[in-house]
Design a protein around this ligand. Sequence first.
Ligand code: GLN
Length: 479
Amino acid sequence: MKQIFQKTLHELLLDFKNKKIQVDSIADTLRKRVEIFDKRIGAFVCLIDRDKGQTFKNLPLKGIPIAIKDNMCTRGELTTCCSKILEGFRPPYDATVIARLKAQGATIQGKTNMDEFAFGSSTETSCYGPTRNPWDLERIPGGSSGGSAAAVAADEAIAALGSDTGGSIRQPASLCGVVGLKPTYGRVSRYGLIAFASSLDQIGPICKDIEDTALLMNIICGFDEMDSTSVNLKVPDFTKSLIKDVKKLKIGIPKEYFPQGLNEEVKTAVLRSIDILKELGAQTVEVSLPNTAFAVSAYYIIATAEASSNLARFDGVKYGYRAPSSTLSDVYFKSRTEGFGEEAKRRIILGTYCLSSGYYDAYYLKAQKVRTLIKEDFDKALKRCDCIITPTSPTTAFKIGEKINNPLEMYLSDIFTIPVNLAGIPAISIPCGLSRQGLPIGLQILSRPFEEELLLRVAYTFEQNTDWHTKKPKLEFSS
Ligand code: GLN
């Protein structure tokens, strides 16, 4: 028999239906679980007390707690992007995704750790310190939504939300052995998401399985007039995509995503998974995404340019950290100097440089042109197939400290996820294997814009015919 904390959202909902469970026992069990394990893992930066008087009986989610990345505004609760510059900030409003979750009867379990302002792939740049990978505490959980992925992997949370600008949902999901979906750009409102790179950011679910992913997608997707990039399109019932059938489906395999030097174990696990889908009736076709090699360079111009502009609002005046200062220019200068960490400063400087007159055309404009070429690569490839499968990350989880002093190497961790954000298409990462060292491997499925239903169907078929999603880290330590 599964313990409460081991259950999925849909299993708990079934327990509610059969009157076998009460919301208090879920909240209490999770709290205990976090108390025991999170001192070592560091997935949460704060827990949120539930309003005891509230009743959820008639609401679909019955009060089940969901963990939230610390860059989404939660009314009256700390929201810091894990940066000193937002120290003590409690927003006066809820992000749209939070309001939607609450309206369905979810409670907010707490805020999860992340790289400062979501700049990173390892959750090491948080002002609260790193999150550790539950599968190996010496290793990073991926990033920047590393806290959300580690919490779900360690059964400290039933499900979580993350955000993804260049891979921050999918890469940590892959390295922690859980499911992570980045919806199409425009599918989920970003109102109340603290902006990193506005032309790339998307919010999405990090869950234990595909059914839970579909359930959360049903809640968070949809038009919102508060976000001008939100698309006014009917949201399907994603649970209808839980179909075990990939017969005749054409899967594109892009050769650029299986380069020489790709980690052998990752390659083998992903190719073996494609074979499983073939045995289940799918067909494969080789496709080419020739501009893949330029994606990381273009991304680090576009993303830093947008970040430098978005982060200009943090000046120590209205909210967050203010350094003791005697003049107005001192307030800006000292607050920003002391408030931002190294990686944030690196990106602000890089972005400002790319946007400055004389360099704009050479860098920013050129990067935008490359972005168009990358988008066209996907358009072309996805005419020849229904979806594309690639590894999510070129390696399994690396050691804490291993890449932190080498930004370029760190940036390359997202080589397979970044092109997806540049193209604005949806993608999901699902567990597909374990390395000899017992570290999770993830595979990524991509589709045309607004075809998340297809992603879920392929992922569900794979999940229901394999057992990787049931594998769990052994947490043999206590406190
Ligand atoms: N690791 C990438 C970066 O550092 C992506 C981060 C993200 O998706 N938020 O920019």
